[in-house]
Design a protein around this ligand. Structure first.
Ligand code: AMP
Ligand code: MG
Length: 415
């Protein structure tokens, strides 16, 4: 990790993201899975096209196929009908000079035909067809036009969504080689935490964070190992961290990461590994540890996330998501940002970058407007529920007024 920094230092988000990226290693283990099971997985090798797509010259419209040479300068011709072709039913035989073929979308074009004239431009009396205003070469998909044999259809590192799986199916793949899912061990820490079903007593709260982390990690392609709630004791946390790191690639903890009397992550990590930073110059999510537990190839990366649920979620989106996708072999792109105009005043203290929750909608002038989801306390999960995403308010930014420009990152597609 390049040595620990001053424990009180607040790292900028950019610097922290760079440190994390440098520490993350690509996966090494692959497996083969059936196409249907590959949704959300990451391709572990380039997928080369083994058959041209489309595999033959294909009609792209319902109409009549002919040779462009039959058309006069105005794109007109008067031809004899030589038969018909449907998708899945190739015309057997040739289309002699002076003839055309009735053809439907998806049908193979017969040899010699390179033009399809949509049926609206044709008059067919059952024997002869008048073609009007045709464009030579129009409405044909050439063999290999989408993907030619030997081309890379999908690169290693592609995350497999609907389009990718459709393309793999179009190439006749039944299975794909994908990276093994990264294993993510998660735990919550806090004496106040109760599992749903347990009595709360007079000083307990239910544990939200393991649910949140399990959901977020799963959506980023991880296999989740849930280690439950750990009490606020150094030895208990230490044991849990050791257990968590034993066969996980990444350990996510929640709570106990600050400098308070019941915050023991720091002490628990002391001789287990190497922590690169403990605090980030961001809100929410300031106390946030990143490091490594264990040594050598069996070491696991660690994110110690803050206990407040909103802070935990923001920290995940800003810091963990990219790392987890990379651990899974993906090559995530920088998230697109929208420019919106604030439609509610936004309180912002200069000093740290702030990620506030907002809804967005189109304004009458066609641009995007952003509305705060209300109270932005880092424990107020409600502010996430109504949000479409995060406003990114830079460190130097102060309060914003209605109409001020803001940057917005959408949650949709974050996982
Ligand atoms: P900590 O980061 O441990 O100082 O916790 C900060 C705040 O988050 C405290 O109010 C905790 O009670 C709360 N908190 C910690 N862990 C969880 C959790 N798993 N679910 C809900 N709230 C939590
Ligand atoms: Mg705590």
């Amino acid at each position: 990790m390049g040595g620990s920094l001053d424990a009180r230092a607040e790292l900028s988000v950019d610097t922290a993201q760079r440190l994390v990226r440098a520490a993350v290693q690509a996966p090494s283990r692959r497996e083969r899975v059936a196409l249907r099971a590959a949704l959300g997985r990451v391709l572990a090798q380039d997928l080369l096209v083994s058959n041209d797509i489309p595999p033959f010259d294909t009609a792209a419209m319902d109409g009549y196929a002919c040779a462009a040479a039959e058309l006069d300068a105005g794109g007109n011709a008067d031809l004899r009908l030589a038969g018909s072709a449907l998708a899945g039913h190739r015309h057997v035989g040739s289309v002699p000079p002076g003839c055309c073929l009735r053809i439907m979308t998806g049908a193979p074009l017969p040899a010699g035909c390179d033009t399809v004239v949509p049926h609206e431009q044709c008059i067919d009396d059952g024997v002869r067809v008048m073609l009007r205003g045709a464009r030579p070469g129009a409405h044909c998909r050439k063999r290999g036009e989408d993907l030619a044999c030997g081309a890379v259809a999908l690169g290693a590192g592609s995350r497999l969504g609907a389009a990718e799986l459709g393309l793999a199916a179009a190439m006749g793949c039944r299975e794909l080689r994908v990276w093994r899912r990264p294993r993510v061990a998660l735990l919550s820490s806090g004496d106040e935490l109760r599992a749903p079903g347990q009595a709360l007593g007079d000083d307990g709260i239910y544990d939200s964070n393991r649910e949140i982390l399990a959901a977020l990690a799963t959506r980023c392609g991880a296999e989740v190992v849930d280690l439950g709630c750990v009490p606020d004791r150094v030895d208990a946390l230490r044991d849990a961290l050791l257990q968590a790191s034993a066969d996980a690639d990444l350990v996510l903890t929640s709570g106990g990461v600050g400098g308070g009397d019941a915050d023991h992550l720091r002490a628990a990590c002391a001789d287990l590994g190497d922590v690169a930073f403990w605090q980030l110059a961001m809100r929410p999510g300031r106390p946030l540890a990143f490091g490594r537990i264990g040594q050598g190839p069996r070491a696991a990366l660690l994110f110690g996330l803050p206990g407040n649920p909103v802070a935990l979620m923001v920290a995940f989106y800003v810091m963990v998501r990219d790392a987890l996708l990379r651990l899974g072999g993906a090559q995530p792109r920088e998230l697109p940002r929208l420019r919106a105009l604030a439609q509610t005043p936004l309180r912002k203290r200069a000093g740290r970058v702030e990620f506030q929750r907002a809804r967005i909608a189109r304004l009458a002038n066609g641009g995007w407007g952003a509305w705060s989801t209300g109270a932005q306390g880092s424990a107020q999960l409600r502010s996430m529920i109504d949000a479409d995403g995060l406003l990114v308010l830079p460190a130097a930014q102060g309060d914003l007024r209605i109409g001020d420009p803001v940057e917005f990152i959408a949650f949709e597609g974050l996982a």
